[in-house]
Write a protein of this length. Structure first.
Length: 276
């Protein structure tokens, strides 16, 4: 039997990257999946976001594991749409046990150079979108008197790297949300935790803008050019972690193995948070 056999997981930002990885990893261990993604461009980011074809590929990967999946194109900034997609998924799959608030964006600029639009969009998606997700899921878990909520925050939710003031503000905010929900929902048997990765090898990170941020000395840096700088940021000498490394932490927190863990900030960060 899988570690989350018979459970239903709701995952935001599931078209690709970490979200897809979380969906597949939980499905490998027996969960059925409700997966949503914006599947559209986001105005203030420079990299391509996930598409409907990407979300369909996530669904195909889950189905090949002989698990059920319900998908929807949803912007987490739209609380009513999030709630509607979740209600549809719960009705089809029969319940809700695990919530993974994963959807997020990243952009980069000095704090005083961030545009109003970029700052607001960051907070709207990376913080308010998390709140919308947890808010929509809470009644289902209270009814069951059990469940696990997992927020995918960032190492930047515990430290403040340069060039990421708006991102760090949003990710620090998710820690406050996590602790508030943990305190309020604990008496109902519901656990709430956050995960804080270092750089993860996903399309949100691996693109030209971040390459230039890491290597401003080069005209057209590539992924290979940032390895040395990225290794130097982490205590364990790796340039980044893989999506599955984060997904394994999601699986643990969603499983009964973590039944008494709540209100925790779990780094999957190669030591970046504690590096002297």
């Amino acid at each position: 039997m899988g570690r989350v056999e018979g459970k239903v997981a709701f995952i935001t930002g599931a078209a690709r990257g970490q979200g897809r990885s979380h969906a597949v990893r939980l499905a490998e261990e027996g969960a059925d999946i409700i997966a949503i993604d914006i599947c559209a461009p986001v105005e203030t980011v420079t990299y391509a976001t996930g598409t409907e074809a990407d979300l369909a590929e996530t669904a195909s990967m889950v189905e090949k594991l002989d698990r059920r999946i319900v998908t929807a194109k949803v912007d987490v900034r739209d609380g009513a749409a999030v709630a509607e997609a979740l209600a549809t998924g719960v009705a089809e799959l029969g319940g809700l046990d695990i919530v993974v608030a994963n959807a997020g964006i990243a952009s980069y600029a000095a704090a005083h150079e961030i545009t109003d639009a970029a700052f607001r969009e960051m907070i709207d998606i990376d913080l308010i979108g998390v709140w919308q997700t947890l808010k929509a899921a809470t009644p289902y878990l209270i009814e069951r008197k059990s469940g696990s909520m997992v927020i995918i925050s960032s190492a930047a939710g515990l430290i403040t790297p340069p060039g990421l003031a708006h991102y760090a503000a949003a990710k620090h905010g998710t820690v406050g949300l996590m602790r508030a929900f943990a305190n309020e929902l604990g008496p109902h048997g519901i656990r709430v935790n956050s995960i804080h990765p270092t750089q993860v090898d996903t399309p949100m990170i691996m693109h030209d803008e971040i390459y230039r941020m890491f290597r401003p000395d080069l005209e057209n840096p590539t992924k290979d050019d940032i390895v040395g700088v990225s290794v130097g940021m982490n205590l364990i000498p790796v340039p980044w972690v893989e999506p599955v490394d984060v997904s394994n932490a999601v699986l643990f927190l969603g499983s009964d193995e973590a039944r008494y863990i709540t209100g925790a900030t779990l780094p999957v960060d190669a030591g970046i948070v504690v590096k002297a």
